[in-house]
Design a protein around this ligand. Structure first.
Ligand code: PEP
Ligand code: MG
Length: 326
């Protein structure tokens, strides 16, 4: 099937009934950008900026951050790139950065935006690097682990502060900045009415979201098989989020690993998602799945399965896909 997936590069992810699905890739290093050309993906839906920090022995200087972001934007050309501000701290501890080593639950600890808002010199330097790299073009910035809407406000204000500084000094600026939040802390889903009017887009991080929804460590092998992404709890939760985003006219994507698995991606499309950002190796298989899918047939069937769950949802969706030759 490898050759078949390679041939998918030129093909668009359009379903049998004519719906275009946006399929982007997740990336973190400069070389990952090559995946755009190799897969024919629509853009980079998640650029994990902390990778540069994790592979560096010292805190990356603003200039080197800026160089990386600029080269990623250059390489991506016309395709959009969503830069996620650093998600470090917790278990992604850095030797040169004094984070909180006392966390008993690092995933729920002093990480990501929590750390970035607390250590704002780090975040200001990154914001400046992003703004400089995005000069003359559109810049997309996304904040990880937003738990309450005010955290998004604070992070955006910090970036806007740097923008103002650059404007006051007559430096070149991005033509437009789009700000997004990641939804990976369940509490945020309860305040979407407050959050959505503030954001330009939302991206659901199903890796963290599901570990928090099920209270199951995403790295614990004994729990890896226990709770299924294809569970009514997760799919109903995601359906509510997608419905709220659609009503508010806010573009919403899934950028966790879930979106890179064909059956899971099929279910996500069935509950209304139209944008996925996935690991590059999954682009071929996901495009192939989309091209064989009749979304109008899937939607009512998935609604029935979710409204009255009875047992094995994965099994039911597998049978559905087999019968409809997905
Ligand atoms: C996620 O949590 O789903 C996500 C995309 O971010 P990361 O895997 O980097 O935590
Ligand atoms: Mg995450």
């Amino acid at each position: 099937r490898r050759a078949e997936y390679a041939a998918m590069r030129e093909k668009l992810p359009v379903s049998k009934d004519g719906e275009r699905i946006t399929v982007m890739v997740n990336a973190g290093l400069r070389d990952d950008v090559a995946a755009l050309a190799v897969t024919g993906a629509d853009g980079i839906g998640l650029f994990r900026t902390e990778f540069q920090f994790l592979v560096s022995a010292t805190l990356p200087r603003r200039e080197s951050q800026q160089r990386l972001y600029r080269s990623v934007l250059d390489a991506a050309g016309d395709k959009p790139v969503v830069f996620r501000t650093v998600d470090i701290g917790g278990d992604k501890a850095l030797p040169y950065l004094d984070t909180d080593h006392d966390d008993e639950n690092p995933a729920m600890g002093w990480r990501a935006l929590r750390l970035a808002l607390g250590r704002d010199a780090l975040m200001k330097a990154q914001a400046r690097a992003l703004l400089e790299a995005g000069a003359g073009r559109e810049l997309r910035v996304m904040f990880p682990m937003v738990s309450e809407p005010w955290e998004f406000d604070a992070a955006k204000a910090l970036v806007e502060g740097q923008r103002k500084w650059l404007a006051d000094h007559r430096k070149p600026l991005p033509t437009k900045i789009r700000y997004g939040a990641m939804l990976e802390v369940p509490a945020l889903a309860e305040t979407l009415d407050v959050l959505l009017p503030k954001v330009d887009f939302l991206s659901i991080g199903t890796n963290d979201l599901t570990q928090f929804l099920f209270a199951a460590d995403r790295a614990n092998p004994r729990l890896a098989e226990r709770y299924d992404w294809l569970s009514p709890a997760i799919l109903r939760f995601l359906r509510r989020v997608v419905t709220a985003c659609d009503a508010a006219d806010v573009p919403v994507a899934v950028c966790g690993e879930m979106g890179g698995r064909p059956l899971e991606a099929m279910a996500l499309i069935g509950i209304g998602l139209r944008r996925l950002s996935i690991t590059p190796a999954a682009v071929g298989p996901i495009k192939a799945m989309v091209r064989s899918l009749d979304i109008s047939a899937l939607v009512p069937d998935i609604r029935t399965l979710l409204d009255a769950p009875n047992g094995d949802l994965r099994g039911a969706l597998t049978r559905w896909a087999e019968q409809k030759a997905v």
